[in-house]
Design a protein around this ligand. Structure first.
Ligand code: HMG
Length: 419
């Protein structure tokens, strides 16, 4: 029996900040962002968007035509949780009209937890193959302004339907694991922004990669040369390039050029969105599937999932014949291209927005043009609503008739908005 991803979709935010704008405002040579860390834009949430609205927007299209009673588990991975007790997935369960006969839980371990959710989902489906699990990863990556992490911020969500009919990607059983108690990146409960020891975080990421790879091989995993493509957790895309060259050298199997070929197309979306924490490696998968010109059917794709603190996992999946019929390439490019560009003062105001929400009642004007919004916080309760007048892109209501058009570049082409 094959197990894995039957359907997958992502969503991002209403606003976007070009890193050229951040560079000008902070007096940094823009080459550091575009070349040094490999990022061009960062997604910025509107005040009426958060991990719940992005998650529901990502998940909605993959539920169309599904027997919702088969989805008896929702696993919501995030490290930017909105409540210390209630799982964000419970709000999403309501917004999407899922069956009440369902378990919903939130998972946390920095950027890694979506992979834990995926593996747990596979295990659940192995036990009850007639059931499906909805795995959601949704995060807003937020650092202090003027910190080293600021240009790597971003926001986005991925939803994956895991089943015994893995029409997109069948996940293989071998996994390489690594856990080490390190303080490279963390966010104490009293902070809304993450703390990071940037250079150290890169160093322990590479340690985790080598260690997880060695364990993967010990567990009977494939040689590096047996992989066709590789997707990395990408806090910034340049890190994925460096990481795969590091792995190529460590395994002694590939040249740097061959390593670069294996990660081609996995960086395109993340470069425009920024770090999406738990969602990042799976947005990398969508970037590969939707931007690679060749048919990837039968290709073995490696995944390196890393969450600071730290836990890492390396595993593989095989792209299934017919996967292109499951893609929503136009919708996903639209998610990136439709974002409204903001100027630096607006970014500064939106960045500070979450810090003004401690206690008290708040009503939020409608800014998002997405299908779900955070309307208010009243009596310490978050109030979400479905927006009736959502203007969907042409293929938003379902799977594309002919997906996989790799000719349209992912760029943002919008007028600057000052709010
Ligand atoms: P920094 O220290 O400000 O940057 O931030 P830098 O001075 O090291 O420069 C970066 C690169 O740009 C260098 O290249 C420069 O040479 C180059 P490198 O030596 O790395 O090859 N550069 C230029 N290139 C072209 N033109 C120019 C130019 N100027 C400089 N004009 C740092 C780097 C990674 C520390 C920072 O981005 C940061 O703190 N990021 C946040 C932490 C992070 O993302 N860590 C990654 C590993 S941990 C992880 O992945 C987990 C995480 O997602 C969270 C979680 O798990 O929950 C973060």
């Amino acid at each position: 029996m094959q197990l894995g991803i039957e359907n997958i979709s992502f969503a991002t935010t209403e606003y976007v900040l070009p890193l050229t704008t951040l560079a000008e405002a902070t007096g940094v040579e823009v080459g550091k962002f575009h070349v040094g860390i490999g990022q061009e834009h960062m997604s910025v949430p509107a005040p009426d968007e958060d991990i719940v609205t992005m998650a529901a927007t990502a998940a909605q299209p993959i539920l169309e035509g599904q027997d919702l009673s088969a989805i008896r588990t929702v696993l919501f991975a995030t490290e930017s949780g909105i409540d210390q007790s209630k799982a964000a997935g419970v709000y999403v369960h309501h917004l999407l009209g899922l069956d009440p006969r369902c378990r919903v839980v939130e998972l946390k371990q920095a950027c890694y937890s979506a992979t834990a959710a995926l593996q747990m989902a596979v295990a659940l489906v192995a036990r009850r193959p007639e059931q499906k699990v909805l795995v959601i990863a949704s995060d807003v990556a937020r650092y202090d302004r003027d910190s080293s992490g600021e240009p790597t911020q971003g926001a986005g969500a991925v939803a994956m339907l895991v089943s015994s009919n893995p029409a997109v990607l069948a996940i293989e059983a071998e996994s390489g694991l690594h856990t080490a108690d390190v303080m490279d990146f963390w966010r104490p409960n009293y902070r809304s922004t993450a703390l990071v020891d940037g250079k150290y975080s890169v160093s322990v990421y590479m340690d985790a990669l080598r260690s997880a790879w060695d364990d993967y091989r010990d567990q009977g995993g494939h040689a590096l040369a047996d992989f066709d493509r590789f997707c990395y957790h990408q806090p910034f895309t340049r890190l994925a390039v460096k990481a795969h060259r590091t792995l190529a050298k460590h395994s002694g199997e590939l040249t740097a050029e061959q390593a670069d070929e294996q990660i081609a197309n996995t960086l395109d979306y993340n470069r425009q969105i920024g770090n999406t924490y738990t969602a990042s490696v799976y947005i990398g998968l969508l970037s590969l599937l939707e931007n690679a010109e060749e048919d990837l059917s039968g290709s073995r794709v490696g995944f390196f999932s890393y969450g600071s603190g730290s836990v890492a996992e390396l595993f593989a999946g095989v792209v299934q014949p017919g996967y292109r019929e499951m893609l929503r390439t136009t919708r996903h490019r639209e998610q990136i291209q439709r974002r409204r560009e903001i100027d630096h003062p607006t970014y500064v105001r939106l960045h500070a927005h979450p810090d003004g929400l401690v206690g008290g009642d708040h009503e939020f004007a409608q800014e998002t043009t997405g299908p779900f919004r955070l309307a208010a916080i009243r009596g310490h309760k978050r109030v979400y609503e479905t927006v009736a007048q959502f203007s969907a892109p042409a293929d938003a209501s379902g799977v594309e008739a002919s997906a996989g058009d790799a000719t349209t570049a992912v760029t943002t082409d919008t007028a600057t908005t000052s709010l």
